[in-house]
Design a protein around this ligand. Structure first.
Ligand code: CU
Length: 482
């Protein structure tokens, strides 16, 4: 999708062209191997088979397949293919589902795997039966189908994945992106999606899936970084302004993005655009998180890298590592002025008198039972659901006194972060996944919006599956205002 932006940037005069050419020369000296980089693949769009403009209807098949993560080497995966297209292959990431706010989304999921699965719509507010939590609604047996059918209440960049054997199924390739647009999206020259992931490949190309002790402590990380399902590659920019929607679908890797010294303007988070965009030179993205950024490109080639991230327990996500080399098209325009964006988000009504609900995270990485995790000293699936009241607004106080980071994800609801270690959060926005750093406490407001038993878990699925999952049971109360 390429739309023109009324640019306020300087016209491409002769001196600017010279500067650009000089930088190209420099870039080709400094990054000599980049000429051989493959293009970063574009995401494959899911076919909408419903002619109604307000209904998006998709056929999604979960199946075994093979992909070529590394050139010339076949990797057996579990993934999604577009069931509406004869002969469509399983792809990782799965088909991009595109919709707009208020659409009805119908996804007919057929399970052709030999194991049960579900689809969880990470970040979306929806009825509990559509959430893909097998403890609520069962799972989709091999050979069976399930129709997910709900109205899209949120805008932003989301992703879908199973919630059965989640650590293994996501790592094996069952994951796909979903974008929901608002009617008044900012218009830029070029929009791109980056699905960031990694995979640990054995010599024969297969995914190493049996978790090591380290995999359980940090979540599975792999030596092969993936951008849209392929190793780091290149994009060719036409300059001006680009909008990048980014999701980290890795089980265990934390990314810390850096675009060769230029600022990225963050215009949105997990749950859509934010009222007050801000600029960063480093953009940390924990597993499950999404960021929506504008970048002004066109002056010279640049490399998008992930910097190293300390993970506690003496662990480190390696960096700097190259992710995306940004080349200039022959006729690339100079960097454009970033368009103003905004959003209106009502602040959830919390006060000093609001109810505070504490969730204390605990790790036992070398305990007698192996590496296991707890929330409030309870271990999923033996935990007791926490009763809460529909319509109530509460402050969740998420306490991490351990050495590891935990990106905590709530199903079917959004947070507004209030403060981190007592420091007020400078910005308002909707988050469904919050990285809770080692030895830190985050407080966030949340309103119980939908009845049902909703999960709250670490988005490192190795942690969630080994205990770091709680449930809140939302029921209408006598004091409910709804
Ligand atoms: Cu965790």
């Amino acid at each position: 999708m390429e739309l023109r932006l009324p640019t306020e940037g300087p016209a491409a005069g002769g001196s600017l062209m010279l500067v650009r050419i000089a930088w190209i020369a420099l870039g080709s000296v400094g990054c000599g191997d980049n000429a051989r980089l493959e293009p970063v693949p574009e995401l494959v769009r899911a076919l909408d088979v419903d002619p109604d403009p307000d209904v998006v209807e998709i056929n999604l098949v979960a199946a075994d397949g093979e992909v070529e993560y590394l050139a010339g080497r076949q990797t057996p995966v579990m993934g999604y293919r577009d069931g509406s297209i004869d002969g469509a292959a399983v792809i990782v990431p799965g088909p991009l589902i595109e919709a707009k706010l208020g659409d009805r989304l119908i996804v007919h999921v057929r399970n052709e795997l030999s194991i049960p699965t579900t689809v969880h719509w990470h970040g979306l507010r929806l009825p509990i039966e559509m959430d893909g939590d097998p403890t609520v609604n069962g799972s989709v047996a091999p050979g069976a189908s399930f129709d997910y059918d709900f109205v899209l209440r949120d805008t932003g960049f989301f992703w879908y994945h199973p919630h059965v054997d989640t650590d293994m199924q996501i790592e094996m390739g069952l994951q796909g992106p979903l974008v929901i647009r608002a009617p008044d999206e900012p218009i830029v020259e070029t929009e791109r999606y980056f699905v960031l992931d990694d995979v640990d490949l054995a010599g024969d190309g297969s995914v190493r899936i049996e978790p090591s002790h380290e995999d359980l402590v940090f979540g599975r990380r792999g030596d092969t970084l993936l951008v849209n399902g392929k190793p780091p590659g290149a994009i060719t920019t036409r300059g001006g302004v680009e909008r990048w929607r980014i999701v980290n679908t890795s089980n265990g890797r934390f990314f810390d993005l850096h675009l060769d010294g230029i600022a990225m303007r963050v215009i949105g988070w997990d749950g859509g655009l934010i009222p007050e965009p801000y600029e960063v030179e480093r953009l940390p993205i924990a597993p499950g998180e999404r960021y929506d950024v504008l970048v002004a490109l066109g002056d010279r080639p640049r490399m998008l890298r992930t910097l190293g991230v300390a993970r506690g327990h003496d662990g480190f996500d390696r960096g700097p590592l190259d992710l995306v080399y940004v080349e200039l098209a022959e006729d690339a325009a100079p960097p454009g002025a970033l368009p103003a964006t905004t959003a209106t988000i009502p602040r959830l009504p919390v006060s000093a008198g609001s109810a505070v609900r504490r969730f204390t995270l605990r790790e036992e990485v070398d305990g007698p039972a192996g590496t296991i995790f707890f929330i409030n000293d309870q271990r999923w699936p033996l935990n007791t659901p926490i009763p809460v009241t529909l319509g109530d607004v509460e402050i969740w106080e998420i306490v991490n006194d351990e050495d590891g980071d935990h990106p905590m994800h709530v199903h079917g609801h959004f947070f507004q972060v209030l403060d981190r270690d007592g420091v007020p959060e400078p910005r308002l926005g909707w988050k469904d996944t919050i990285a809770i750093g080692a030895r830190s406490t985050v407080r966030a407001a949340l309103q119980y919006e939908e009845p049902g038993k909703w999960m709250f878990h670490c988005q490192i699925p190795e942690h969630a599956e080994r205990g770091m999952t709680a449930d809140v049971e939302v029921t209408p109360g006598s004091s409910s205002t709804r």
